[in-house]
Ligand binder design. Sequence first.
Ligand SMILES: Nc1ncnc2c1ncn2[C@@H]1O[C@H](COP(=O)(O)OP(=O)(O)O)[C@@H](O)[C@H]1O
Ligand SMILES: [Mg+2]
Length: 341
Amino acid sequence: MSALIELRGVVKDYPAQHRSAAPTRAVDRVDLTIERGEIFAVIGYSGAGKSTLVRLINALEPVSEGQVVVDGVDVARLGERELRTVRRGIGMVFQQFNLLESRTVWGNLAFPLVVAGVPRAEQQRRISDLLHFVGLADKAHAHVSDLSGGQKQRVGIARALATDPPLLLADEATSALDPDTTREILDLLARVNRELGTTIVLITHEMGAVRRIADRVAVMEHGRVVEVGSARDVFTRPEHPVTRRFVGTVVDLEPAPEALAAIRERHPGRLLRLDVEAAGGQQAVFAALHRHELGFELVHGGIEEVRGHTFGALTLAVTGGDEAVDAVLAELDGTLTEVGR
Ligand SMILES: Nc1ncnc2c1ncn2[C@@H]1O[C@H](COP(=O)(O)OP(=O)(O)O)[C@@H](O)[C@H]1O
Ligand SMILES: [Mg+2]
């Protein structure tokens, strides 16, 4: 793999809206490398700077500092004409679809092809292929306004792919959709990546979307990338508090403070967290507890799959002597940790 997008020390400031206000630093010294052929997710809460990052990558806006290199070219150095060429190599998918509502599906797909000067016969072939690919062959002459949200997003994806771009930027592409439709659209994006080789940058505030299709993920907060890594590592070993919060929306690793208080009411003994990541880890823990004659009850937990990898955590309320508990903890350092002590 080689880098398709490189961000180096990228800063984006927006001028103050009022004379007394400070300017907004929407993106703050971001360094990122996105490899060719991967699905790279950018996750963060509203206002984190994700959409701004997208507009910098597709060169809709200039950076304030730093470099955005797309396919080996620093976009800041390009003139308007060359920028149009770069943008043509980037498909965009939006939360609100941004389709021409009064036109037919066919009309929406023809639009980018006409703009790109594709000959008419080839337009026909291309549109037909795209409709088959996204599963809307029977909707070619439907008006967009008559389609469901999921169907609209399929059109949005087909349109983004019309000119066969090597890169797709999807900004909250599933955020307006229900959970079932979200999964269908994510699976379609995964198929685009797999079958067409399209690099995908998936902007989202939903960790479920990251879990389902992302290879790697960057977590943004206040314009900064606070954590970046493989989806698997980020899920199993989240480091930054924001990352932990996002992972917690998908799998319930540890009881929240209120739940913990309720558990403590019922279980005055010590609470241990068992990380269900390492193979055989559970067996070693249960064997050690047994050996030290400790009893336990499972009081909290969750186990999930991320891209074929199991992870999660269970909270055990242990009954038995403190010394035995300390011995088990020392033996199983890493797999077993004390909760809130
Ligand atoms: N065109 C703009 N002018 C001024 N401020 C903006 C503009 N676009 C975004 N911002 C500000 O930049 C920050 C990041 O916004 P945005 O990139 O839209 O975040 P996200 O997509 O993660 O929700 C926010 O504080 C937002 O108000
Ligand atoms: Mg946004």
